[in-house]
Ligand binder design. Structure first.
Ligand code: HEC
Length: 104
């Protein structure tokens, strides 16, 4: 019986501790996910704007980052993205690009 209570005691202590562990996510990851969510308004859920040529989800991160940096530098013709990309530092654009590349 004492063993039973010991097990219950151990579980009641360890379960909340396990829940308190962040599931790999850091505040920086959360911030990137929020930025990416704003892109999805135009580029579709998970960045997959099927049939529009606007899909960015699942494409290589380096390719996406390169496109974003070209927009930002005004080297790539755009109606929207040249403005939008200026709202982020180069490092932030790379983080967003990496995020979309992982949406397989
Ligand atoms: C208001 C709508 C809108 C939002 C929000 C938006 N985009 Fe775009 N995106 C476009 C349009 C439109 C284009 C086509 C280029 C242009 O006209 O600006 C484009 C093009 C792109 C391209 C180039 C795709 C290709 O294959 O040429 C990338 C990469 C991209 N966007 C990434 C992003 C990311 C990352 C975000 C969020 C930080 C974002 N976009 C937010 C509308 C949007």
């Amino acid at each position: 019986m004492a063993q039973f209570f010991l097990v219950v005691f151990a579980l009641s202590i360890s379960a909340p501790l396990a829940l308190a562990q962040p599931a790999k996510a850091s505040p920086a990851d959360f911030q990137t996910a929020l930025w990416a969510a704003s892109c999805m308004a135009c580029h579709g859920p998970e960045g997959r704007a099927e049939g529009t040529g606007m899909t960015i989800g699942g494409r290589p991160g380096e390719e996406l980052a390169g496109l974003m940096l070209e927009f930002k530098a005004g080297k790539r013709p755009a109606t929207i993205m040249h403005q939008h990309s200026k709202g982020y530092s180069d490092d932030e654009l790379k983080r967003i690009a990496q995020y979309f590349s992982q949406l397989k």
